[in-house]
Ligand binder design. Structure first.
Ligand code: SAM
Length: 270
């Protein structure tokens, strides 16, 4: 998968080079390219914002640099020559070209525009986006990006405004990192043991059960006995019951959506 990120603070994305996602980038399983939006400005001050039409506080990101950035990155040929702020992957990734991205005809790039006014980002979306070959994150700042950029890009890509939660951040960079981590860990081969993804929270609409490790006794607290029993059926039932209980307590909205699918044994746990 190839992921482009456009931001006025490209250094913000540096932590993505750490840990499992970092290794996937280093191994070439993930082609991450981070770009400075100001590379597509043409004035001495490299201006990316201006006052809002209609008045009001704050500034709005101008459409011209965004338009040029998307022209360069969404055009398959332009993408290979586009500047990147990340020397670690720039040259090699550019040289690898379309073959490395696995891009296929008909697989439209998805442009993700982080915004508190977007649709909520979910695990189901992360799983769907993990199947795509090309994603582009457009990180807004100030009061956001001129809406015409979103409209215009829709002609060339699937554009989605997405929110990572019901709160307001200063910019789209942290939201982008959240989404890239959630998506990339679902790409086959990135997590060493794929079984660890099988029972995670949200996979089937429930939250995960509580987990324990050695020692069996710690500060007078014991690991639940069933987990030491070796009885796989009893362990599976205990875990499912804890998931149901926890979801009912913390996220009753999730449980309500699953209500019609609950078995008699499930209902007994609630
Ligand atoms: N004026 C905007 C509003 O009220 O909807 C808030 C703009 S916010 C200060 C600046 C940028 O931060 C947004 O353009 C977006 O990129 C990012 N951002 C803030 N909160 C976010 C959230 N919950 N999810 C995704 N992106 C967010």
């Amino acid at each position: 998968m190839r992921i482009d990120v456009v931001s006025i603070f490209p250094e913000y994305l540096a932590p993505l080079r750490l840990s499992l996602i970092g290794r996937a980038i280093a191994d070439g399983a993930l082609d991450l390219r981070v770009h400075d939006l100001r590379d597509w400005t043409h004035d001495r001050h490299r201006t990316v914002d201006d006052t809002p039409y209609g008045g009001g506080a704050g500034m709005v990101m101008r459409p011209e640099p965004w338009g040029e950035a998307l022209d360069a990155l969404l055009d398959a040929h332009g993408a290979e020559s586009a500047g990147t702020t990340d020397s670690a992957d720039g040259g090699a990734a550019g040289a690898a070209g379309g073959a490395a991205t696995g891009e296929t005809a008909g697989d439209r790039p998805v442009v993700l525009v982080p915004s508190p006014a977007g649709v909520p980002f979910t695990q189901a979306q992360a799983a769907e986006l993990a199947q795509r070959s090309r994603l582009l994150f457009a990180c807004g700042r100030y009061e956001g990006i001129d809406q015409r950029v979103v409209e215009e890009a829709s002609a060339r890509a699937e554009v989605r405004m997405v929110s990572i939660g019901d709160y307001v951040l200063n910019g789209g960079e942290v939201a982008t990192m959240v989404m890239i981590e959630a998506i990339a860990r679902l790409i086959p081969g990135i997590i060493g043991n794929p079984e660890s993804l099988a029972e995670e929270s949200y996979k089937d609409g429930l939250l995960e059960y509580p987990v324990y490790t050695k020692p069996a006794q710690w500060r007078g607290r014991e690991v639940p006995e069933v987990l030491l029993s070796g009885n796989h059926g009893a362990i599976a039932r205990w875990r499912r019951d804890r998931r149901l209980e926890r979801t009912a307590r913390v996220r009753p909205d999730l449980l309500a959506a699953l209500e019609p699918e609950l078995s008699t044994a499930d209902r007994a746990a609630l």
